[in-house]
Write a protein that binds this ligand. Sequence first.
Ligand code: PLP
Length: 394
Amino acid sequence: MITPNLYYAELKDSYLFYHIAQKTKAYLAAHPGAYLYRLGIGDVTRPLCPAVIQALHEAVDDQADSQRFHGYMPECGAPFLRTAIAEHYRARGTDIQDDEVFVSSGASDELGDILDLFDRSSTAMVIEPAYPAYVDANVIAGRKIIHLESGRESGFLPEPPEDDHADLLYICSPNNPTGAAFNKKQLQKWVDYANTNQSVILFDAAYEAFIEDPEIPHSIYELNGAKNCAIEICSLSKTAGFTGTRLGYTVIPQKLIRQGMSFHDMWVRNRTTKTNGVSYIIQKGGAAVFTPEGQRQIRENIQYYKENARILMDTLDRTGTWYCGGKNAPYIWLKCPDGMDSWTFFDNLLNAIQVVGTPGEGFGACGEGYFRFSTFGSREDTQEAARRLERFLE
Ligand code: PLP
């Protein structure tokens, strides 16, 4: 008789977004015709930029022409896209080789799949509050998880613990949900810690395109020694609106070796075994992001979300509410007023001003008492939500 992976039974219910959906549904049922201002969504709302749309159309036409048709793509990514991404790193002064870039269908897929590289007995440290997939992917793999809680005193940017060791270290900067981002000095401490302990950092750079501050690294490879200890997982989802189109990339340096084994070579073996590559059409669309025109156009969309962030941050500043994020990330993480817990604040916002956000408690126990606003909504909704929020917080 087959034995299922019993670790699935250890997963906690992913109640956060389900619970939010239930509560908003109940509100709308009780208040027919009511409009909700949704600042909870982690999905983008701006369409793909024209350069990407044009490249996608051209790639579709290629597939209709026997001379230009493409069948299976190389498993680790089309050379034109691997080169475009590596050149993007090199233009920022980070020396990444083309073959160190692996094209993926998105960061979520990679965050789960990459665990194939590590033994089950290895431990994983997750800085919380955290994107829930880090914990769940390791529960499924049967791995021991060390929950490293962070809080307001460190601006949700904790230092490596002196007394705890872990083999895999999850770092998401700029962070979802807190919007906080490590500066070079802070991140260097984690790189040094990983090299000292012979750990591997899984660096989630899904929000790097939102960084404004020059002291915040876009890539972990800007830090000394990072190529010896870090894998970088990146996505075009928020950078270029690819949430529904699906494209990401992962960097594994040649230098990343443990016990004589090269994680780069292991990942080549993994991809050639477990995938047949990402669609030619989508990779063509992705390559357009890295052209000068594409870069200019995606910046316009990012600026749109940044203006939403500014509107919300101004409101929080005027009402004297503590928050972090918003400047280098599309999320704003605020302290609920009057010592309120996250779900009470959620209910109050929903019932009093029809604004929907995300309770911080859903990202780990230390998120209790905090709340996340996303800046991915429309300008009109964000403006009205901010007006209502200001009256409510006053
Ligand atoms: N990592 C973080 C921190 C995220 O917030 C998200 C999506 O919200 C992802 C990864 C997943 O990105 P993708 O759409 O590329 O799967």
